[in-house]
Design a protein. Structure first.
Length: 445
């Protein structure tokens, strides 16, 4: 990912160079482009400025407009300068739309609202987040193998699988803790789950970096360039306490709950208190905060799944903030767009799942004896000949007890829609290559 970000010119210097005529023109310069985009100098410098202004003057006017709506936070950099953000109109619009969507007040897929089917989509969100968040930090296992591992319950075989396995359980843990207050102890418990069996030195699991130890920096894997050096380890305890106070509603003024969740994501990443797993921990902390505030549908989506599709934009959101006067607006804009797309992915997945179920029904005609879990499995099996299902994988996928999973699969095998066998001591159910033909032949009725 490219890390060459042009640092903006100093505002004070630009203001000193303004002429009386250009000062008048700056009044009409807004905080964003006319289409609402909140651009960094690195992108703005290549654009044609408004008539009568040089691009540097355009930038000066934009920065002044941003300062007018700026709100400072309790997060400060290593020089004691606070981070801030601007609630510009595009952010307010995104927050309004996500308020409706993430709380289920509008646009929630019916299958997610349905108590009998919602567990399937909750598990899908958890698996996608565990997998994608780990891949962002180097896990190399294929998606198919990783998903089969998590659904089947088998133990991880290598470090990459262990990262994904750990992340799955750490996110589940932090989501369950959404009603609790954030404490250093809770963060350390989450980190211990995240990194168990993956650290070069296992004593580094579940602990913050200590003064006198080599500080972990963020390095561009292509160039080897250090792109971010976190605050000294001596500052970690105080910074973590301040972050926890903010997370637990300790701030003096109101912060929108989704803004707070995104700020906590950035905050923990900035402190970078652990030897490894800082990014995974920061993204998990977002879920803790969003769920704590009542945004229950965030449990069904994966922000890392979206970030993984364009990791450079994610890193640029951090770099734009750090190179432009600690302006967190860049990170807010990016993460709100990630959330919007994550909810679109959820809706698309629900629609695809329902269509697969309908496809199975259209092939087979009437399947009155089969429940929604069995129909979902058949929709998947039609597209994946030879796929192996187990009691545990079916149980995990739908959030049901073992006996229910056993009954579902044995029933499908008795109808001739799955083949059975043993792999070691484990019973498996295999999608036959001719499943479509079997359904058309009338089996399942």
């Amino acid at each position: 990912m490219a890390t060459q970000i042009a640092k903006p010119p100093e505002l004070a210097t630009l203001l000193n160079d303004l002429t009386p005529e250009s000062v008048v023109r700056l009044v009409n310069v807004g905080a964003t482009l006319k289409d609402g985009r909140y651009l960094h100098w690195n992108d703005l410098r290549r654009r044609e400025p408004p008539e009568g202004l040089a691009v540097e003057q355009w930038w000066a006017g934009m920065r002044l407009a941003r300062h007018q709506s700026s709100r400072t936070t309790d997060l400060v950099d290593m020089h004691g300068i606070p981070f801030s953000y601007s609630l510009v109109d595009p952010i307010l619009k995104s927050l309004h739309n996500l308020d409706l969507r993430a709380t289920g007040r509008s646009a929630a897929p019916a299958a997610v609202l349905n108590r009998s089917t919602r567990n399937r989509y909750k598990v899908r969100g958890l698996i996608e987040e565990a997998l994608s968040s780990s891949q962002l930090e180097g896990a190399s296992t294929t998606r198919v193998v990783a998903k089969q591992m998590l659904r089947s319950g088998r133990r991880p075989r290598d470090r990459s699988e262990r990262m994904i396995f750990n992340n799955y359980h750490a996110i589940a843990f932090i989501k369950e803790a959404a009603s609790a207050k954030l404490t250093p102890k809770l963060l350390l418990e989450m980190h211990a789950l995240l990194t168990h069996g993956t650290m070069d030195d296992q004593k580094d699991c579940g602990r913050f970096q200590q003064p006198g130890e080599p500080r972990v920096s963020v390095v561009d894997w292509r160039s080897g360039e250090t792109v971010f050096t976190p605050p000294p380890a001596e500052q970690i305890p105080e910074r973590i306490e301040r972050m926890c106070a903010f997370a637990n509603d300790g701030e003096s003024s109101f912060t929108h709950p989704l803004v707070k969740a995104i700020l906590l994501h950035f905050w923990l990443a900035y402190i970078h208190p652990f030897y490894d797993g800082n990014g995974r921990a920061a993204r998990a902390l977002f879920y803790w905060s969003a769920l704590r505030a009542g945004y229950w549908l965030t449990e069904y989506v994966s922000i890392s799944e979206i970030v993984l599709k364009a990791p450079a934009k994610y890193s640029h959101a951090f770099l734009h903030t750090e190179t432009d006067g600690n302006d967190l607006t860049y990170f807010l804009v990016h993460q709100l767009e990630v959330l919007r797309r994550a909810f679109e992915e959820l809706s698309a997945y629900v629609d695809e799942t329902i269509e697969r179920m309908h496809a199975a029904e259209r092939i087979a005609g009437d399947l009155p004896a089969l429940n929604h879990r069995q129909r979902a499995l058949l929709g998947h099996a039609l597209r994946h000949p030879g796929y192996r299902y187990t009691y545990q994988s079916h149980r995990t996928s739908h959030g049901v007890v073992l006996q229910t999973a056993r009954t579902d699969l044995l029933d499908l095998m008795s109808h001739g829609l799955l083949e059975g066998g043993m792999e070691g001591r484990q019973r498996v159910f295999i999608s036959p290559d001719d499943l479509g033909a079997r359904l058309r032949a009338g089996k399942g009725t």
